[in-house]
Design a protein around this ligand. Structure first.
Ligand code: PGA
Length: 250
């Protein structure tokens, strides 16, 4: 079975009013969207439940983060059980902004990934290298270390609930997109790693999507790469061009 193309919109801490959110959603609700693509949007968590009522059914909702405990004294956190109870199917984990600004280690991200999957959430698991790491030839090793922590705690069957987002840190929010060749190579390296570290079937079936300054203009070429199974989009997911990114393969 070919891997289903997958496009996620990571709104991050945007927008700042429900009026602006309404405009973004009405563009998506009235657009002609590629029916073969899996589409997920991740608004700030306080908008998740109201959006269920207004967003078209082809769009699935995702949280941008969650904790690993089900409940308790963890001020400011959201639990996998709460997301499941609210019928939110996805969560983004390990985004580079969480890893760098909020000091999340790969082990912590792995622990949260396992907890989310155990709760029946699907996980968009983000990995990626910094510019100094790329420039010193460490891209594959850095990404593999980030993934190894997750491999260590998951069972083979867990991987059916994981989409891997390869997001080079130097490309996120910078306007400096990876070339199609750089993205393809990194994705192929991840697939090769999964073959050895988990299984050939998991390597073949796991979607590996690219994130980092994806736009309508660069998404077409990136989408032709054989190991690029879609996108995780930040800034451009707040704009009408997100529709063109969703439809990149048309
Ligand atoms: P960007 O963000 O598209 O604004 O570069 C991507 C991401 O952080 O997921």
């Amino acid at each position: 079975m070919p891997r289903q193309f997958f496009v996620g919109g990571n709104f991050k801490m945007n927008p700042t009013s429900s009026g602006q959110l309404g405009s973004i959603i009405s563009v998506l609700n009235s657009a002609d969207l590629d029916g073969t693509t899996g589409i997920v949007i991740a608004p700030p968590s306080l908008y998740l439940i109201p959006l269920k009522a207004t967003v078209r059914s082809e769009l699935q909702l995702s949280a941008q983060n969650c904790y690993y405990k089900d409940s308790g004294a963890f001020t400011g956190e959201l639990s996998p059980a709460q997301l499941v109870d609210a019928n939110i199917p996805y969560v983004i984990l390990g985004h580079s902004e969480r890893r760098t600004l909020f000091h999340e280690t790969s082990e912590f991200v792995a622990q949260k990934t396992k907890a989310a999957l155990n709760a029946t959430l699907k996980v968009i698991l983000c990995v990626g290298e910094t510019l100094p790491e790329r420039e010193t030839g460490q891209t594959a090793a850095v990404v593999q270390n980030q993934l190894q922590a997750v491999v260590d705690v998951l069972q083979e069957s867990d991987w059916s609930g994981v989409v891997i987002a390869y997001e080079p840190v130097w490309a996120i929010g910078t306007g400096r997109v990876a070339t199609s060749a750089q993205a393809q190579q990194a994705h192929l390296d991840i697939r090769t790693f999964l073959t050895q570290a988990v299984s050939p079937a998991v390597a073949e079936n796991t979607r590996i999507i690219y994130g980092g300054s994806v736009t309508a203009a660069n998404s077409k070429d990136l989408s032709t790469q054989s190991d690029v199974d879609g996108f995780l989009v930040g800034g451009a997911s707040l704009k009408p061009e997100f529709v063109n990114i969703i439809n990149a393969r048309n």
